[in-house]
Ligand binder design. Structure first.
Ligand code: ARG
Length: 671
């Protein structure tokens, strides 16, 4: 049950009798911040009073008079200037809890109008090692697909692999010039990976060298500008005639100029580091000297692949399965699967058709030999075919969009992709309508960057990004240290053997990484801190998994005490409303938290924000912990109190487990 939605509907009906703009006010009902004022609260009367030019308290009283909430709440109270406070009825809570216990969906409904939704996520560029950035798309997309499916949408997941881009030009070039066919055959993944790294390093080296002169000139300019700004700021500060506001402004612009100097300096430092890394290694230095045009040569290899050059095609076909094996290992580890993996290469033959369609619609313009689509409010056009005939990322995305529309019948497509690509999406989304895909809903579910503990993008010592697999290993090891620390294990009965410990470490470790990612709002950057992720306390998967395990341990003990085999069946069969009685505040608080499960699901879906589900689970686990401290379950002699508490513990277990499952995070029965 979505209680907020239910209350909103009731408020809508009441407010509609006072204004025809009820939709603007009905949504202003929220869980109360302070339980002493009730469980829910509506602030609608204040803004509505303004519109109606009536005193807010009167409006609040008028709303209350029209409200039909008898089946849900006690008589609403009007407080202060016009707050409407609601307290849920005991009978309502009991009825709802019973409904949840007897239902395998724990009372969560399905949508009235299911939609066909394609979710495009993970989508790494293969042929280069997967790095920590890929975890965000994979984990967020996976959670969103589970959440949407759970409420009844028809979800089609599609991993739009980058299997056709420059990265293949890079390994093809690397293989042709530095590769040892025997070694590649014997050890394909590490060999291809190191060929990629080597070639890429040479490209970076040549680019860094080429950029140095320009950067140094930029630095001279930036320094000069900073000096001028600094002098102007000094003068402004000492001048009594300059207003405080203008002084501040001058200081601000001087600071900005200083920051620009620092940013150019750091660009130079990074270019110099790339150069030094090669120059300091005689083998690399020699390669660099022998391959000065590597950057262009790589593009040429890519172009040849696209044009069907037999040698490059054969190499691509030979390498691709190994690249896929590599990412599939990570997906196995994360327990992520896709309905489709239609990579960029799949659309290659459709690209000329996209350009033709846009030409026919009169949407293209030739600019400098390239085929472009100019769009209002963007400085630069969307290029769909380069002068040399090559197609671009946008062209492929347009072909993909057409395919998903025609073949999958998509009504909605979610693209779970880094926020740095937002302009790309804004641009090509605009083409849907002119291309005949009216009404299709396209959403860029964007996300921020994963940072190291120091707050900077994560790098290894050599400057490349840290591989995903080593981070998973690290998290699993950290999870083992926390969840299976000998002191905790000492109290376990029966004792925990090595294989159970390893299972816990894997579930807790991978869960920690996923949860840490999901619990931050997707658009914010976050710091990757393994110790914090696996901590037993705080907003972590570990804490929620531990809370779940506690529910199960209590249920096991109750089952033993009552001599009941299957406690869940017992809870269902013997619980009806007359057997429940919420007496303690902690019981009531837990009951309300559990009832809010559907609200959390719907909220996460509406905002494409799995972090709302995390917040919900965390709050529920904390509420459960308070309940646990004040309400004993075992050894209770009053049968109704026992029954109620067992029901609450049982439901807490189900909700925590299902909630985590929607995020694709597992649980263990004890820890
Ligand atoms: N392969 C791209 C990258 O790694 C992401 C693709 C996202 N999906 C899409 N349809 N453009 O940057």
């Amino acid at each position: 049950m979505n209680l907020s939605a239910l209350l909103r509907d009731r408020f809508f009906d009441a407010i509609a009798e006072l204004t025809e703009h009820a939709d603007e006010y009905a949504g202003m009902v929220r869980p109360a911040a302070d339980p002493q004022f009730g469980d829910y609260q509506s602030n609608a009367a204040m803004p509505l009073a303004k519109r109606l030019s009536r005193p807010p308290r009167d409006v609040a009283l008028a709303i209350v008079e029209k409200l039909q909430l008898d089946d849900i709440c006690e008589t609403p109270e009007v407080a202060g200037p016009g707050f409407i406070n609601l307290k849920l009825k005991e009978s309502f809570l009991n009825r709802t809890l019973c409904g949840m216990i007897g239902d395998e969906r724990v009372g969560v409904g399905t949508v009235a109008n299911p939609s066909k939704i394609v979710i495009d996520y993970s989508s790494p560029n293969v042929a280069k090692p997967m790095h920590v950035g890929h975890i965000r798309s994979t984990v967020i997309g996976d959670a969103l697909s589970r959440l949407h499916r759970f409420v009844g949408h028809e979800v089609i997941t599609d991993n739009h692999l980058g299997d056709w881009g420059t990265q293949f030009g890079i390994i093809i070039y690397g293989y042709k010039h530095f590769g040892d066919p025997d070694q590649v055959a014997a050890n394909p993944v590490p060999e291809l990976s190191s060929l990629y790294r080597l070639t890429n390093q040479l490209i970076e080296y040549s680019k860094a060298k080429a950029s140095l002169e320009g950067l140094q000139a930029k630095l001279v300019d930036a320094k000069a500008a900073a000096e001028v700004e600094a002098l102007a700021a000094d003068a402004a500060l000492e001048d009594d005639k300059v207003s405080a506001k203008d002084k501040k402004k001058a200081q601000k612009s001087a600071d900005a100029a200083t920051r620009r100097v620092a940013s150019v300096e750091s660009e130079i430092a990074s270019a110099l580091a790339k150069i030094a890394a090669v120059d300091s290694d005689p083998m690399l230095a020699q390669c660099a000297a022998e391959h000065p045009d590597v950057a262009d040569a790589v593009l040429l290899e890519t172009a040849k692949l696209h044009q069907g050059d037999p040698e490059n095609r054969a190499l691509w076909e030979k390498f691709l399965p190994h690249c896929k094996d590599e990412i599939n290992r990570i997906y196995d580890r994360l327990d992520v699967t896709f309905d489709h993996t239609l990579g960029e290469s799949f659309y290659h033959d459709r690209l000329p058709g996209v350009v033709e369609t846009l030409d026919r619609l009169g949407l293209t313009t030739k600019s400098d030999g390239a085929v472009c689509v100019f769009l209002d409010s963007f400085d630069s056009p969307m290029i769909i075919q380069k002068r040399d005939g090559a197609y671009l990322y946008a062209t492929t995305d347009l072909a993909t969009l057409q395919y998903r529309h025609e073949v999958f019948g998509a009504e909605e497509i979610l693209y779970v992709v880094d926020s740095r690509q937002s302009e790309h999406f804004e641009k090509f989304f605009r083409m849907a309508e002119p291309m005949g895909m009216k009404g299709i809903k396209l959403v860029h579910v964007s996300f921020g960057t994963v940072l190291g503990i120091d707050g900077r993008p994560m790098k290894t010592r050599s400057g490349s990004l840290i591989g995903l697999e080593s981070l998973l290993d690290e998290a699993v090891a950290a999870a083992k240290a926390v969840a299976c620390d000998p002191e905790r294990l000492a109290n376990m009965s029966p004792p925990m053997d090595e294989s159970e410990q390893n299972l816990i470490a894997e579930v807790v470790g991978t869960g920690a990484i996923k949860y840490a990612d999901l619990s931050h709002h997707r658009t914010s950057d976050y710091r990757f801190d393994v110790q914090k992720m696996v901590a037993m306390e705080g907003n972590t998967a570990t804490y929620i998994q531990y809370s779940y395990a506690r529910t199960q341990s209590i249920l096991r003990r109750v089952a033993a005490e009552l001599d009941v085999d299957d406690l869940s069946r017992w809870a269902v069969s013997t619980t009806d409303t007359t057997n429940l009685k919420l007496t303690e505040p902690a019981e009531r608080a837990l009951a309300i938290a559990l009832i809010r499960f559907e609200e959390a699901i719907n909220g996460s879906i509406a905002a494409y924000a799995p972090n709302q589900m995390c917040d919900y689970l965390y709050e529920t686990a904390k509420t459960y912990s308070t309940f646990n401290e004040s309400c004993r379950v075992l050894g209770n002699t009053d049968p109704i109190v026992l029954q109620t508490r067992v029901a609450l513990v049982y439901l807490t277990g189900v909700v925590l487990q299902q909630g985590l499952e929607l995020l694709n995070i597992g649980v263990v029965e004890r820890m």
